[in-house]
Write a protein that binds this ligand. Structure first.
Ligand code: 13P
Length: 287
């Protein structure tokens, strides 16, 4: 059941659990995530970066695919199709017009005044479409789909200003997380999470959810993170499955070249990662 992310994130913040944003790359990814969410009665957010949307054929193709699977698989849990790191008003508008139910505008590279100005414009348009909006302040480190950044902690002033002036539905306040691999232990600002969550009264969003130990994820949820984004770990699980298949010469067995056979193991691997995160986030039976 397609939905925006407003209610699921508000409920998660109040109930001290988190909703997973799992990024999708194609039909197998989408189907795997939807099936695990349904099996666990968990609300879910399908993250789509601009690069991934382009790869899948554009925003219309993504919405068509998700809508089709939602219907065919008889999904009853709330599912948000969410633009991850929307880079401009125009890009977020195009996604909303195509039927995305949730949007992130990432103005973290802009001045705070400019970031607030465009986020506000996105929020105003989103209201006319019943779409939820995630804002970002500070910068997530690492690299995602060609977007490279160093870690810059969000400040309390930036968070309270954007919450009050632009009124997004959730806030990605960067507090030490990175996209992709961490070098050493993640250094997350738990004290700031608590402070910003209280001061803004918004569900916080933790980007770079891969590679964070589960005790830290739980601590972050208790400090106010209500949405956690996971991409890299699912990609690695998929690729590991492909490697095992080829390394074991399974493709040389009878009809082993059939992609449905090749992708069976990788899909099971992806599902295991999504299930493990849903368990840590405690979002099962919250739909
Ligand atoms: P990871 O790839 O580190 O899991 O980060 C995902 C993310 O934050 C998507 O926005």
């Amino acid at each position: 059941m397609l939905a925006n992310a407003k209610k699921m994130l508000k409920d998660a913040k109040n109930g001290k659990y988190a909703i997973g944003q799992f990024n999708i790359n194609n039909l197998e990814w989408t189907k795997a995530i939807l099936e695990v969410a349904e099996e666990n009665k968990s609300p879910v957010i399908l993250g789509v970066s601009e690069g991934a949307a382009k790869y899948m054929g554009g925003y219309d193709a993504v919405v068509g695919m998700v809508t089709g699977l939602d219907k065919a698989l008889k999904i009853t849990v709330p599912v948000a199709i969410h633009l991850d790191h929307g880079s401009s008003f125009e890009s977020t508008k195009a996604a909303m017009d195509a039927g995305f139910t949730s949007i992130m505008f990432d103005g973290s590279e802009l001045s705070i005044d400019e970031n607030i100005k465009i986020t506000k414009q996105v929020v105003e348009y989103a209201k006319t479409k019943n779409v939820s909006v995630e804002a970002e302040v500070g910068t997530v480190g690492g690299e995602e789909d060609g977007v490279v950044g160093g870690v810059r902690y969000a400040s309390l002033d930036e968070c309270t200003r954007i919450a009050k002036e632009a009124q997004p539905d959730s806030l990605a306040a960067s507090l030490g997380s990175v996209h992709g691999h961490y070098s050493g232990e993640p250094k997350l600002g738990f004290k700031e999470m608590e402070e910003y969550s209280r001061a803004t009264d918004l569900p916080l969003v933790l980007h770079g959810g891969s590679g964070i130990p589960s005790d830290m994820l739980k601590k972050a949820i208790h400090a106010g993170e209500a949405k956690i984004n996971v991409n890299t770990e699912i990609q690695e699980a998929f690729t590991k499955g492909v490697r095992e298949y080829i390394d074991n010469n399974k493709d040389k067995e009878e009809k082993g070249y059939d992609p449905r056979k090749v992708l069976k193991g990788p899909i099971a691997n992806m599902k295991a990662v999504v299930k493990a995160k849903i368990d840590i986030f405690e979002s099962a039976n919250k739909a």
